[in-house]
Ligand binder design. Sequence first.
Ligand SMILES: *Cc1c(COP(=O)(O)O)cnc(C)c1O
Length: 393
Amino acid sequence: MTTPFQRRPGFLPFSKPTIRQAEIDEVVDSLKSGWITTGPKAQKFEEAFAAYTGFPIALALSSATAGLHIGLMALGIKPGDEVITTPMTWVATTNMIEVLGAKPVLVDIHPDTLQIDEAQVAAAVTPRTVGILPVHFGGAPCHMDPLMEVARKHGLWIFEDAAHGVGTLYKGRHVGCFDRLGVFSFHPIKNMTTAEGGVLVLRDEAMAKTLRALRFHGLEKQAWNRYAEGGTAQVEVIMPGFKYNFMDLQAAIGLPQLASVNDFNNRRRELAALYQDLFADVPELQLPVMPAYGHHATWHLYPVRVKEAFGMNRDAFMTELKARNVGTGIHFKAVHTHPYYQQKYPGLEKVLPHATWVSERICSLPLFPAMTEDDVRYVVAAVKDILARRTGH
Ligand SMILES: *Cc1c(COP(=O)(O)O)cnc(C)c1O
């Protein structure tokens, strides 16, 4: 006899940041210190992030979207240029290409791993192509070797969207800067957070100089140096820039987060493994598939695809889970299915069959470090209850 399903009393969100006393203490320390915007903690965070990933330079920013924006500018992108990227991403990736007047050329994904299809990337290169913007989807890496090969062959840059990838390894190396540039996000749903925030990683000091200027009004010097003892009050604009700086208040959250991100990621991996196990007898869901090449995944998401055999569509599945107090998300509604992109680049549904199929069926189930194994068991029980009660079965 199996026990009947019982609805849990509290709502289980699909994601939740892990904020502990350590983060609170650091924020209070910053508030009391007088340095609340960009200052010594922001610099310390950049050094710690560079050390963690192993890249020479890390530039922290107000968001990963800001990093995509000024990163593309520093790479010299101009109107008419083409950038090859994936439709299975948050729209920030393609929006930043669009706002600079360039064209995101969307290619299809591998239907199993949901990573960008490197053969499609190679086939999409034209004389107008300037770079490749791959996304390490869900915290697993995309296949960098063949992408690097395409870039080398055609003289293209690669700018990695590693928003999901703090701690992600490809063949033993941290993702982010296999080529020129990479960006990570610290939005609250990501694997570590600074409330809002992001960071660019790179190797080239000349490019870093441009990026530091673009990040802060086009100034040659950082504002906090200017006010520090011995600093000069003179500041000069070397180019028109933005205000995308990273506050010490953000760094105060980020420093203890970064120190624990491996623990957070290990916990995500354990919980995801439990889901994989418990869903093994539910063929109505397509479970996440990891790539065959060498990798270390950080399980940013636990996305299932609701197959026809489930007997209801993805949106109905989400509604049923919500009725059982389980939160879910969609990562992602494919870029080419958003109205702006649909109107500007019509007909891509047929060109991108895998992304189109996935976009309509993908659903992220709850996964965050503070979840318990009982929470995972509850989600699985809720799914099995929905299956048992679906109409017509
Ligand atoms: C979250 C995300 C971004 C944007 O990050 P922000 O820090 O919110 O600007 C970019 N790309 C992908 C793939 C993301 O998931």
